[in-house]
Design a protein around this ligand. Structure first.
Ligand code: HEC
Length: 161
């Protein structure tokens, strides 16, 4: 497609991806619809998205706790200062890590879209602070957190036997 510029290889040109001449605008669209802000922008879900764009993707100091321990959505604005675009693409394509980061979905994103998201985040410039490190299962975090432990679930057949 004519709108797909750059030195991209043939095989990624064939993959479904957002078609737009300006990768920053494509990245902004992708970030909005794929839900990166839901977790990586503090308060975004609770405020129905009414967070100034300059504060988007600065991470969240509120942990997400579950059987995996407590994880904190990373400040992606600082991350793209440390990671070049190739590390970004490699990581999004291959990493399997802790919830609730939806790695199983992001692993399937087309390379164009990964690069567009990188271009958009980079265009926003660095902002905010580093988020806390993940806390191991069974340890009490020193920060606010949300509990994602399943509640009131029906018993599975193995538990009723
Ligand atoms: C449901 C919540 C959620 C959504 C949606 C989400 N993330 Fe994450 N993300 C997290 C959490 C929590 C972590 C930290 C996980 C950990 O500590 O292992 C994380 C980690 C990451 C990392 C790794 C950072 C590092 O330091 O290694 C990248 C990159 C990332 N997210 C990018 C994205 C992008 C891009 C999107 C949108 C396409 C997105 N995330 C959507 C919750 C989310």
């Amino acid at each position: 497609m004519m709108s797909c510029k750059g030195d991209a290889k043939e095989e990624i040109i064939d993959a479904p991806h957002v078609q737009w001449d300006n990768p920053v605008e494509a990245g902004r669209y992708l970030v909005t619809i794929t839900g990166c802000n839901d977790c990586h922008t503090n308060g975004y879900l609770m405020m129905e998205g009414k967070v100034a764009e300059e504060d988007w993707l600065t991470g969240s100091p509120v942990g997400w706790q579950g059987p995996w321990g407590t994880t904190y959505p990373t400040n992606l604005r600082l991350l793209v200062e440390e990671w070049n675009e190739e590390i970004w693409v490699e990581t999004l394509r291959n990493r399997k890590a802790l919830p609730p980061m939806p790695w199983m979905n992001i692993n399937k994103m087309s390379e164009y879209d990964m690069r567009a998201i990188y271009a958009y985040i980079k265009s926003l410039g660095p902002n905010g602070e580093r988020m806390p490190l993940a806390v191991a299962p069974g340890q009490e975090p020193q920060t606010p957190y949300l509990s994602l432990f399943p509640q009131n679930m029906p018993l599975t057949s193995s538990e009723t036997e």
